[in-house]
Design a protein around this ligand. Structure first.
Ligand code: FES
Length: 162
């Protein structure tokens, strides 16, 4: 069931975007911002509220790789595995990230639920490969050492904010 806050935000969105299909991705983002991911139930409720077929909304959720249909950690790391990044050291960076996060493989979420590591197609910074994105921030020219530092910094920042 959608919360009062969610329905209020969705109503505002529909007022601004009369074409339901155009509002679909943003409607899912509204729910994801509040819940962290989009469950089957949430997708069903949003589809009903904005008046689009559930299958269409599912297609939208599948198309955008930053709409999560499974639970993710507090921070989501997208590691680019496209060709330039592959050539420039993706393998070593991935291995170090997996070790640092205590994961056996990618995709995966850390035991403390702080990080989810996901593969991504080209993040648009091929000339600075290898590249990853953590939440909304892009990190370029990665090395195994650099990714360890990035993860460490985020952990420390999170811990100090509690
Ligand atoms: S191939 Fe990795 S950013 Fe383009």
């Amino acid at each position: 069931m959608l919360t009062h806050e969610e329905t209020a935000e969705l109503t505002g969105l529909l007022d601004e975007s009369p074409r339901r299909e155009e509002a679909a991705a943003e409607a899912l983002r509204i729910v994801q911002r509040r819940r962290g991911w989009i469950s089957d139930e949430a997708l069903h409720d949003v589809a009903g509220f904005i008046g689009v077929a559930e299958a269409s909304l599912e297609a939208v959720a599948t198309f955008y790789n930053r709409l999560y249909r499974k639970p993710v950690g507090r921070h989501v790391i997208f590691l680019c595995d496209s060709v330039s990044c592959w050539i420039m050291g993706f393998g070593q960076v991935r291995e170090r990230l997996l070790a640092k996060l205590g994961l056996a493989s990618m995709p995966g979420t850390t035991a403390d639920n702080m990080f989810t590591l996901l593969p991504a197609t080209c993040l648009g910074a091929c000339d600075r490969a290898p590249v990853m994105m953590v939440d909304d921030e892009l990190y370029v020219d990665l090395t195994p050492e650099k990714v360890e530092e990035i993860v460490e910094k985020i952990r420390m920042k999170d811990e100090s904010s509690y």
